[in-house]
Design a protein around this ligand. Structure first.
Ligand SMILES: *[C@@H]1O[C@H](CO)[C@@H](O)[C@H](O)[C@H]1NC(C)=O
Length: 591
């Protein structure tokens, strides 16, 4: 049911009256058929455009961008080759000892999680070589399987690869459905909230506890599976969860609207704690409210309502600012006692990307400012360390509640606000909406600036009270994910430059002879004696999201902006893109 490719709308048509650097146009090849990576060019959304209108690039800049893109691809291939050589078909490769490990059912998690990246990087032969292995995967194992991880890594990986492979590999869709059939019994709980762990052979759960992130991160995948298979059951199970969450209240342990605590009981269908988090254990539940709204192209207002509710409560209660800095902190929050924590984890760094997308989709200008401030914090945690890599967690005890009237305001701006504060006649300068009724918050028609000599300002001194908790870097993707999204939305080259610095640090510290390793202590310098031992600061672990997300987002950050455009695709939380289109959702919603 592919939409007919229509004529591609030019990405940017710029009147060139002023004298400008010569514009580089790629040599035109014989007419090629529309590439799936460009989304077939056939989808016109009802929602506001997400991506910036990029102007044509100067040639020099294109050369540099392509060199960076190729460097990322080469790194991916290095890791992939190590995995293939020592651990093919297993879940992970241990990058120091070159042994396999199987924490995800042993179904080849790295292999499946890499499929969509292989296609995006146009490594089609590698992709084809995996296909014969797909049909051999056996989901009936006598082990406790994580329902959530199986859905985001495997199910998401199969379906995204099926679509990006132009629906030629039926085995991918068949496997996706087989896996979903194994997991469906895990949804048969009194509340409809799925179990956290499920044993497909014994057909029973391991316990009743689960997390909001786990019940709130199946919707995109199950909705898509219903679309691709024509069987509405998956989408209906997912929608039942959303409806359940939507109807929860004080009596279920939900103390503040939209701020769902992390721990849940699948049997009683209520919360087991009061801590709400946009990082570990909470994160993607909030992400999926917005992404479902976008996947269904705005057809279901419930998702936008739930997303806005959560974000508004987050801004009001959870968000903190650091005096003297443009840094924002989003720590977990005790919704019962109204108390904030001081720490934030790297997982939270997906939030800037989410807020930026929500900002343009739902016309919430303030969210874009918050996105920028949070992203500065995430990037700061990389730039301020010895290795240029971010710790897993950090704390800033000296913060004050976020206040749009004072956050990152100059003296002059503050003076203006002061006038407004004391004079009822004046309009709040912060509420000035974008001019001439333009429907998005984006600064339209501004020409993209490109420079091959871009210099990032040096990193500021650390806030006095900042300290690191867990000093490991686990090859996590969230910051580069937000950098990619922010770059595609604003066109601000700063975000590419930040990403390049991070990439170079990964190359310098994480690379091993066979692949890439996590880092033990991002603050550790090379000391005497360490020169001999390249592995002195490395951990024997390489999670699959390095291939699915970190390298993919870095690669896309340096790709032409119409490759996997945010206006044509929506990424699941494991960075597997699904095609956006006018799907038909009637069968799922009609009871
Ligand atoms: C903070 O304000 C300065 C000066 O107006 C601006 O250059 C900077 O981008 C702002 N920071 C953020 C994170 O928005």
């Amino acid at each position: 049911m592919l939409t007919t490719p229509t004529k591609e709308i030019p990405v940017a048509v710029v009147a060139t009256e002023k004298k400008k650097a010569p514009v580089y146009t790629a040599p035109t090849k014989a007419p090629v058929k529309q590439s799936i990576l460009l989304g077939f060019g056939g989808f016109l959304s009802k929602l506001p455009q997400i991506q910036h209108n990029f102007s044509p690039e100067p040639r020099e800049y294109t050369i540099q961008r392509e060199a960076r893109r190729n460097a990322v691809k080469t790194s991916f291939i290095h890791g992939w080759t190590g995995y293939k050589t020592y651990a093919m078909g297993h879940d992970e490769l241990k990058p120091l000892t070159n042994r396999p490990s199987d924490p995800f059912g042993g179904w080849g998690a790295t292999m499946i999680d890499s499929l969509s990246t292989l296609l995006i990087m146009e490594l089609n032969d590698e992709y084809a070589r995996i296909m014969p292995r797909i049909s051999k995967i056996n989901f009936k194992v006598d082990e406790d399987i994580s329902v959530f991880e199986s859905i985001i890594r495997y199910l998401g990986g199969f379906m995204s690869a099926y679509e990006l492979g132009e629906r030629k590999q039926d085995s991918l869709l068949q496997k996706a459905e087989k896996l979903a059939i194994e997991l469906l019994p895990a949804f048969d709980t009194p509340s409809g909230l799925p179990h956290h762990l499920w044993n497909p052979v014994q057909n029973k759960p391991n316990n009743r506890e689960t997390l909001i992130a786990e019940v709130g991160t199946v919707q995109l995948e199950f909705m898509m599976l219903s679309q691709l298979t024509g069987n509405p059951i998956y989408g209906q199970k997912a929608q039942a969860i959303t409806d359940f969450l939507d109807n929860m209240g004080y009596e279920h342990g939900l103390y503040i609207k939209g701020l769902y605590p992390t721990a849940m009981d699948t049997h009683q269908g209520r919360f087991k704690n009061a801590i709400s988090s946009f990082g570990a254990m909470g994160d993607s539940a909030f992400e999926y409210f917005l992404k479902e709204y976008i996947l269904m192209d705005g057809r279901v207002p419930q998702y936008a309502r739930m997303y806005i509710q959560s974000i508004n409560s987050m801004k009001k209660h959870m968000l903190r600012q650091v005096p003297g800095y443009d840094l924002l902190l989003l720590p977990p929050y005790d919704t019962q006692h109204m108390q904030h924590r001081n720490s934030m984890d790297h997982l939270t760094c997906f939030v800037p990307g989410m807020l930026a997308m929500g900002s343009v989709t739902l016309n919430e200008p303030e969210d874009m400012e918050i996105a920028k401030g949070l992203l500065e914090t995430c990037v700061f945690m990389y730039r301020t360390t010895e290795t240029g890599l971010s710790p897993e967690t950090w704390s800033i005890p000296k913060t004050v509640p976020y206040n749009p009237l004072t956050y990152n305001k100059t003296k002059t701006q503050l003076a203006k606000l002061r006038d407004w504060w004391y004079n009822d006649e004046l309009i709040n300068p912060l509420l000035v909406q974008p001019k001439n009724g333009s429907e998005t918050v984006r600064e339209e028609t501004k020409e993209t600036e490109y420079s091959t000599k871009y210099q990032l300002p040096p990193v500021k001194q650390r806030p006095d009270s900042l300290y690191f908790g867990d000093k490991r870097y686990l090859l996590r993707p969230e910051t580069v994910e937000s950098l990619f999204i922010m770059y595609r939305i604003t066109g601000d080259q700063k975000y590419q430059e930040y990403g390049w610095e991070i990439y170079e640090s990964i190359e310098k510290w994480c690379k091993t002879k066979s692949a890439y390793a996590s880092i033990r202590n991002v603050e550790r310098k090379r000391e005497d004696g360490d020169e001999e031992d390249e592995e002195f600061n490395q951990i024997d672990s390489m999670e699959t999201f390095l291939f699915a997300e970190t390298f993919k987002y870095l690669y896309l950050l340096f790709s032409p902006p119409d490759v996997i455009s945010l206006d044509k695709f929506i990424f699941n939380t494991e960075a597997h893109p699904f095609l956006r289109k006018q799907w038909n959702w009637d069968r799922i919603f009609k009871k």
